[in-house]
Design a binder for this molecule. Sequence first.
Ligand code: MN
Length: 424
Amino acid sequence: MSNPNNPELKSFVPVSADSHFPIQNLPYGVFTSKDYKDPQVGVAIGDKVLNLSFLEREGHVSLSQKVFQGGSLNDFMELGPAEWQKARERISELLREDTPLIRDNASLQQQCLLPQSEVSMHIPVKIGDYTDFYSSREHASNVGSMFRDKNNPLLPNWTHLPVGYHGRASSVVVSGTDFHRPCGQVMPPDASAPKFAPCSRLDYELEMAFFIGKGSELGKAVPVSEAENHIFGLVLMNDWSARDIQKWEYQPLGPFVSKSFATSISPWVVPLAALKPFAVKGPEQDPQPLDYLQHPSDLLPHYQIDLEVYLKPQELASKQRISRASAGNLYWSMAQQLAHHTVTGCNLRPGDLMASGTVSGKTEDSRGCLLELSWGGKNPLTVAEQQRTFLKDGDEVTMTGWCQGDGYRVGFGEVKGEVLPAKL
Ligand code: MN
């Protein structure tokens, strides 16, 4: 009974079948509440939060050192997989239906189990560097067909290495943080000079992202076989993008200010350990990548995470689903991304964030951004009675994702944000 992934485990905290946070998940986040003004590390269980910082102070959770008092997950993430597993096993034990410690102690329960509706979630990690990859073949092919050659959409390097760029960490925000439509330099199609204007092609990108736990040494490549030892956990990500600004600025060094104004992540970091029952092989890679990018034969390097995107135009009372995709179909795995990231000797640090790039699938309804769904703005999307090519002011985008188990879900909750008017 000690394996926290055992589907048979039940908590004394009630968890509905469609909840994202059963006892098999145990994602970590950072919150404040009426009684806890300083940021606390918590774990989601059903619709409650377990206050891990409090339990550590009281001596009910203890690792090799105190790591839940710093207002972020970083101290814990640095400890590495053996201590992560120890914490996971202890939290699972504390929440099990047959463990009386919290279950039978009303005053302890009141102090350490809070309704999620009464807490505010914060950015869970002090993020060091942020890297965004481009690992969906379908997404890269769709964009390549639109802007280059529909018969030959992928650039020659794409099937040989996980393409990526260094993003901006300072503007990564937690779900629920609204932002103003960015302004910047754009080159209108028939103009001879650029102009300064509010972005007129504002888009979202459906992505998954992972946090580096234990870092690596400068000058030392991390092999694919060891990469997952550095991965602490995953979140949902919306990589908001200003397509008109991007189009004008991106050559020859890639996106710059068109991507750096806001990037939203979900507040709960799902441990990689909780995703292990949902590991899958992923697509065949053809051509075979170079040796340093090859998976060990016993590694299932992808994770079957079902993803959905919802749009709520200001004019509508409820959100409408506009696409669904699966992270299990990504071409390049997280392990390959890490191996490639470090191959020249670049080191990893605890709290670094790495994202998948837009997740798209083969079907039209599985395209992971409006650029693809509206095919470059040519085919407007109908959302209830509303037409959209790109985002309007007042639009709210919500993304969600989960792994479906037998009778339970290991989920990510959601990441959402609303577009506020440009500040001119
Ligand atoms: Mn992106």
